[in-house]
Design a protein around this ligand. Structure first.
Ligand code: G4P
Length: 526
């Protein structure tokens, strides 16, 4: 087999997503332990911004520093090369998470058995559904009291709007938790709480094996058989094609903290999870096996050091082989560029790499050339799609408070918007600049960074709006009529596209019913 094909086939690039506190960091760490990428538990610092720290900006900066190191974690497991892409836990950084999801081929969702499906999981699943991303669900914290597993399955199905199929099944939960029956491999894993080692595994022939009774007792063995019979009756056989199509989510149960059920998850994951998938550019579909290199920037991480206004642009390799010092075309500017110090993240260390393959993420030091969504190629004019901005829901006018520094302010705003920190609109009625975000924290981030990185000062003026949405119409007259009627609420985005600023849900609904010829879009890609 050609080297390229071989390298592609052994890659698994995914993200773990969850509502904060469900156990994403813990699970990530355990997976890295399996890969030998780290040797002791506790080595991966949580990059989540604790809920209590929402107004503590310095704390956030520290956390951001940690998250650079853990942005991409690559490791080898068996013959596979696994890339885990980290996503910020705090909901105010949801937009970052959405973009990271464009760079993965599949997702593992962690759900807390006591809490079930929480708000952020639901939102992130919507993004996965939009992209048909294959999803595996890990129900965590079985060592704690929680909900009935059948109830959890029903909730997963109805709340996440995806068919589910358990591939492992718990024997009791909480204090009485005894282990997990592995439906995928027909084995029994017994629970021994431990932060370091793998739990014990009992080899069995099938569900009727008396060794189950010997190990968990007759009552629990009988209950297990009853449950499994019910599962077989209710859920169709696991179909890997349905999973790959993003229509069916296999479900595993376990306890990440105790390293329980994690190996089962990982072993099944490497077997069934997709290899790097074809990616859509505006021009055509790009197949990973194409010889020519192509990739896109899905994330830009600013340097923590204010004296060094450099960033790292994270490029997902989509096709061909990426090589250090080769000449690549930066499609937006039309310039050819060479990268002397691209980095990759293996075993928690950032190293300069000479080459990378589809599915890999390369970090490229940048001084402001890159913008989120930019494409790099061996020469072809390609524009990758699928990095939408979502309708922001929080808005403020941005005002310059130091007239001597207006140039710095403009430059700072422009670069922060290129990084995807927030969205800039110009109100067409009064000509003022308007920043839209998905979370309150972004305003603090912007103000702080403008001052520390660009020496510019700004002031926020609150503005009460419900949503900004992009509008278009095939009927030029209808569009003109709409813009005339709503002239006080019209803005343009950075690409000059029309945006309607709705000040309430009611106003938005009325506008939709009064102007049937206008299409309202809630993400920038349409
Ligand atoms: P997150 O990244 O999804 O936000 O969650 P994280 O892994 O940080 O886990 C949140 C809390 O849940 C942590 O406790 C962690 O130890 C605990 N946890 C994770 N998996 C399990 C599990 O299987 N069983 C039990 N009982 N607890 C689990 P913490 O007290 O918030 O943090 P820490 O001080 O222990 O790190």
């Amino acid at each position: 087999m050609a080297v390229l094909t071989e390298e592609i086939n052994r890659r698994r690039t995914f993200a773990i997503i969850s509502h904060p506190d469900a156990g994403k960091t813990t699970l990530t760490e355990k997976l890295l332990l399996f890969g030998g990428a780290i040797h002791i538990a506790g080595a991966v610092k949580s990059n989540k911004i604790k809920k209590t720290a929402t107004s503590d900006w310095m704390e956030i900066e520290k956390q951001r520093g940690i998250s650079v190191a853990t942005s991409v974690m690559g490791f080898n497991y068996k013959d596979y090369k696994i890339n885990i892409l980290d996503t910020p836990g705090h909901q105010d950084f949801a937009e970052d998470t959405y973009r990271t999801l464009t760079a993965v081929d599949s997702v593992i969702i962690v759900v807390d058995v006591a809490k079930g499906v929480e708000m952020q999981t639901r939102k992130l699943m919507e993004v996965c559904r939009m992209r048909n991303t294959p999803v595996i669900i890990f129900v965590n914290k079985l060592d704690r009291e929680g909900r009935d597993p059948f109830e959890i399955l029903d909730e997963l199905e109805s709340e996440l709007k995806i068919a589910v199929r358990p591939l492992s099944w718990p024997i009791n939960i909480g204090a009485k938790f005894k282990g997990v029956y592995n439906i995928y491999e027909h084995s029994l894993d017994l629970f021994t709480p431990s932060k370091q080692t793998i739990s014990s595994r009992v080899e069995i022939d099938d569900v009727n094996d008396p060794r189950i009774d010997e190990n968990v007792g007759e009552t629990d063995a009988a209950k297990l058989r009853e449950d499994l019979e019910l599962i077989e009756g209710v859920y169709p056989e696991f179909d890997v094609q349905e999973y790959l199509a993003g229509k069916l989510a296999p479900v595993f149960f376990g306890s990440a903290l105790n390293m329980f059920g994690v190996k089962e998850l990982l072993d099944c994951f490497v077997e069934i999870a997709p290899t790097p998938r074809p990616v859509n550019a505006q021009e055509r579909e790009i197949n990973p096996e194409e010889e020519n290199f192509s990739g896109f920037v899905f994330k830009i991480h600013a340097n923590m050091d204010p004296n060094h206004r450099s960033c790292i642009a994270f490029v997902k390799v989509c096709s061909g082989k990426f090589e250090r010092n080769a000449n690549y075309k930066h499609v937006r500017s039309g310039k050819m560029m060479r990268f002397a110090a691209p980095t990759a993240f293996m075993a928690q260390k950032k190293n300069i790499v000479d080459e990378a393959y589809p599915g890999d993420i390369v970090g490229i030091p940048d001084t402001g050339n890159f913008k989120i969504g930019d494409t790099l190629t061996s020469g072809e004019e390609l524009h990758f799609k699928g990095l939408p901005s979502f309708s922001p829901e929080m808005f403020k006018y941005i005002e310059n408070t130091d007239p001597m520094k207006s140039k710095q302010l403009d430059k700072g705003i422009q670069q922060l918007m290129d990084e995807g920190v927030a969205q800039l609109f110009i109100n067409q009625f009064n000509g003022r600049k308007l920043i839209g975000t998905v979370g309150q924290l972004q305003f603090e981030v912007i103000q702080y960074r403008l001052l520390h990185e660009y020496g510019a000062q700004c002031r926020w003026e609150p503005l009460s709006l419900y949503k900004a949405c992009w509008i278009e119409s095939d009927d030029a007259e209808a569009l003109a009529a709409f813009k005339k009627r709503k002239h006080q609420f019209m803005a343009v985005d950075r690409d000059g596209r029309d945006v309607f600023l709705a000040d309430s849900n009611y106003v938005l609904q009325m506008a939709q019913s009064d102007f049937p010829k206008i299409k309202f879009h809630f993400s920038s890609e349409f």
